[in-house]
Design a protein around this ligand. Structure first.
Ligand code: NAD
Length: 356
């Protein structure tokens, strides 16, 4: 038995692959294009591990996906690959349309064509798990109930609109062709290997290098936050026991305003790595103009996955954020390689010229 993971060199995908191989004997075929967000250094500890088969390639490359399916006969495909940064989607939506919509469509087509030729029991056992976001539901008023799985889709950014489109395609492939799909819609993740363009790692990295800590607008945008390893556990659980055609909201029961996140990270840094001049890191906070169309609030109602699949996050925000800050303090070289861009040479340095 094998699983095929796409986007497994990104933030959540690499955490998933590491956790999977640490807890399970099944090999992973990891298909990743290695965009700026893909970092094979995240998977350095898997070097030489025969259960990790890395393939650099695009989910939109039908011939490649079909050949991987034929060669490895995975019992499941888990689709993490995406363009994932809202700000980048505002400045350049094209890549989001290409990967998140066209790429997911082509991946579904390649998988469907292979799946269609399986014997009946293989067809029933197979799973296509699509990893999506709570941002597809749009923005909530401050006192409105949290998003349930039946909340209408009202995506507001090119990123969330492209993810919403991919969710619809996945749903349609179940209803039209019977492909056994599962979809998870998760809130904001944080944890190790998070690319420092996103809020929490950006704050940690900028704080330590004495740079301003940018907060959009009034900083009162509310998000639910989930420690990435909890998200990975939820995905494993949905893969194991989720009902085909169903969607599962995944969240941390932890709504916080961005400004509160930033001040909590600053307080942890004050404790764990105080500034030499004794000044609090929060003094580096700088309010910058808000992102256009910035959603005010997302909140996840994660009762369905708890009720039906008995999953709940293991970490509280207090425990998860402490682990995260400590991880960044313990991995200055990873941060330096991302900042200098040298993480992109990792493939050449570590993989090229090796026997296949
Ligand atoms: N980060 C979050 O807070 C969050 C929350 C909920 C859902 N999600 C979803 O989870 C998934 C993973 O998010 P992430 O934060 O790890 O993203 P990321 O940007 O860190 O990683 C994305 C990975 O996909 C790869 N990739 C991009 N385009 C590709 C293509 N065409 N073919 C193959 N690989 C490609 C990249 O190289 C990278 O390794 C995404 O689908 C995202 O929408 C993320």
């Amino acid at each position: 038995m094998t699983i095929l993971v796409t986007g497994g060199a990104g933030f959540i995908g690499s955490n998933f692959v590491l956790d999977w191989l640490a807890t399970c004997s099944e090999p992973v075929v990891n298909l990743d294009k290695l965009t700026y967000a893909g970092n094979l250094e995240n998977l350095a500890e898997l070097e030489g591990n025969p259960r990790h088969i890395f393939v650099q390639g695009d989910i939109g490359d039908t011939a490649l996906v079909e050949s991987l399916m034929r060669e490895h006969q995975p019992r499941a495909v888990l689709n993490f690959a995406a363009e994932s940064h809202v700000d980048r989607s505002i400045h350049g939506p094209e890549a989001f349309i290409q990967t998140n919509i066209v790429g997911t469509f082509r991946l579904l087509e390649a998988v469907r064509s292979w799946w269609g030729q399986l014997p009946a029991d293989g067809k029933v056992r197979f799973r296509f798990l699509h990893v999506s976001t709570d941002e597809v539901y749009g923005s909530l008023e401050k006192t409105a109930p949290a998003f349930t799985e039946s909340h209408s889709y009202e995506p507001n950014s090119p990123y969330s609109a492209s993810k919403a489109s991919s969710d619809h395609l996945v749903r349609a492939y179940h209803h039209t062709y019977g492909l056994p799909v599962l979809t998870t819609n998760c809130s904001n993740n944080y944890g190790p290997y998070h690319f420092p363009e996103k809020l929490i790692p950006l704050v940690i990295v900028n704080a330590l290098s004495g740079k301003p800590l940018p907060v959009y607008g009034d900083g009162q945008q509310i998000r639910d936050w989930l420690y990435v390893k909890d998200h990975c556990a939820a995905i494993r659980r949905v893969l194991e026991a989720g009902v085909c055609g169903e969607t599962y909201n995944v969240g941390g029961w932890n709504e916080k305003a961005n400004l509160d996140i930033v001040t909590e990270v600053c307080a942890l840094l004050d404790e764990l790595r105080p500034r030499e001049d004794g000044v609090h890191y929060r003094m580096q906070i700088t309010h910058v103009p808000d992102r256009p169309g910035h959603d005010r609030r997302y909140a996840i109602d994660a009762r369905k996955i708890e009720r039906e699949l008995h999953w709940r996050p293991a970490e509280t925000f207090a425990t998860g954020i402490r682990k995260t800050v400590q991880w960044y303090l313990d991995h200055p070289q990873w941060v330096a390689n991302v900042q200098s861009g040298s993480y992109r040479d990792w493939v050449a340095q570590n993989y090229e010229g090796r026997p296949a």
